[in-house]
Design a protein around this ligand. Structure first.
Ligand SMILES: [Cu+2]
Length: 134
């Protein structure tokens, strides 16, 4: 029994250390993220401002291919950002910001229309936009 629990403990410690390293590398954000994309792109194709409770724009546009998205909190609430294609397939990563936080993600998007929204309960109704990829 103890031989089973010991490796688990070690693995947890290693995972915790890896998360800590990521947080330090990404500029000490308050929430540790394992996602290596969770840093603000220096040259974002789209910058989305998360406000309480809406995005700064209702429409965003970018060119097909690699799309770098910066998601910047300007609110006092936690918000996330879902980018969903016409078949309601959520693109990864799903971004999340705490108040004052800035994150980013790299997406590969084909031409088309995408829905963007925050799926925190009660937010989607006003916190949504259309992303057009040309
Ligand atoms: Cu929200």
């Amino acid at each position: 029994m103890t031989r089973r629990t010991l490796p688990l403990t070690i693995r947890t410690t290693i995972a915790g250390a890896a998360l800590l390293g990521t947080a330090v590398l990404s500029g000490c954000s308050s929430s540790a993220k394992a996602d290596p994309n969770a840093t603000v792109p220096a040259n974002a194709d789209i910058t989305v401002l998360a406000q309480d409770i809406k995005f700064d724009l209702k429409t965003y546009t970018a060119k097909a291919g690699q799309v770098k998205v910066a998601y910047i909190s300007q609110g006092a609430q936690v918000h996330n950002l879902i980018i969903e294609d016409a078949n309601k397939v959520k693109q990864t990563p799903v971004l999340k910001v705490a108040p004052g936080e800035k994150v980013g993600g790299n997406y590969t998007l084909a031409a088309g229309t995408f829905a963007m929204y925050c799926n925190i309960p009660g937010h989607k109704q006003s916190m949504n936009a259309v992303l057009t990829i040309t």
